[in-house]
Design a binder for this molecule. Structure first.
Ligand SMILES: [Mg+2]
Length: 227
């Protein structure tokens, strides 16, 4: 019987990809107008720094910290490091302004909460902006625990990340369910730790792994795991 349900945030609860696509052009425009960095070069450097940091320091939350990413871009372009917090705020405020809930997600979260499920968040990111995303879409009060890779010291799909989720829920692994949009990070990672997992994906992908494509289907899917 499923007692605890964990959710990934980005592109599972919060429309991150769309929000990022909106935020980046304004950050690139600022970098061009205020710092003289070519917008295309800035956009490339933003992605490149992520890859390089992942290679250098491995799977941990710091690789998602935009302030570090902007600092490194400024340093390599010999620009004042004091612009890092400006770029960071510009980026995240634009993301929060442009992003929103995945359709039906807040209603589903509220319903699961009212039915007595233990609800948790399991996200590869730093905690501060993830809290604000949850607040922005109005679901923050419903979560019993919010676990990020910043606290876990490792990232999904590492089993240790999911072991921490299970410990926080206070349930057996088989009583825990993970919901997420990444087959590798969320679904296979959680199953490797003994949890159930449902994939949030387009209907054509669900031949690969059980899941749902709209939040109106999630409660039925959970019920079918209990059968
Ligand atoms: Mg995701």
């Amino acid at each position: 019987m499923i007692k605890a349900v964990f959710f990934d945030i980005d592109d599972t609860l919060f429309t991150f990809e769309k929000a990022h696509a909106y935020a980046m052009p304004s950050v690139c425009r600022y970098a061009w107008e205020q710092l003289g960095i070519d917008p295309e070069a800035f956009a490339f450097a933003y992605d490149d720094q992520y890859r390089r940091m992942a290679d250098e320091i491995g799977p941990q939350a710091a690789i998602h910290n935009r302030m570090i990413r902007f600092l490194r871009i400024l340093k390599e372009n010999k620009k004042p490091l004091s612009f890092a917090p400006v770029l960071n705020d510009l980026y995240w405020n634009a993301v929060l302004a442009a992003g929103g809930p995945e359709p039906g997600a807040p209603e589903c979260i509220r319903s699961l909460y009212q039915k007595g499920y233990i609800l948790g968040v399991a996200s590869n990111m730093t905690l501060d902006w993830q809290m604000r995303k949850l607040e922005t879409i109005g679901v923050l009060p419903y979560f019993h625990c919010i676990i990020t890779s910043e606290e876990a010291g490792t990232e999904k799909p590492d089993k240790r990340f999911f072991d921490l989720c299970i410990r926080y829920a206070g349930c057996r692994p088989s009583e825990c369910l993970m919901v997420g949009d990444s087959l590798k990070l969320d679904i296979l990672g959680a199953e490797n730790a003994g949890m159930h997992a449902l994939w949030y994906a387009q209907p054509d992908k669900l031949t690969v792994h059980p899941g749902f494509s709209h939040y109106s289907q999630l409660e039925d899917r959970i019920a079918s795991l209990d059968r």
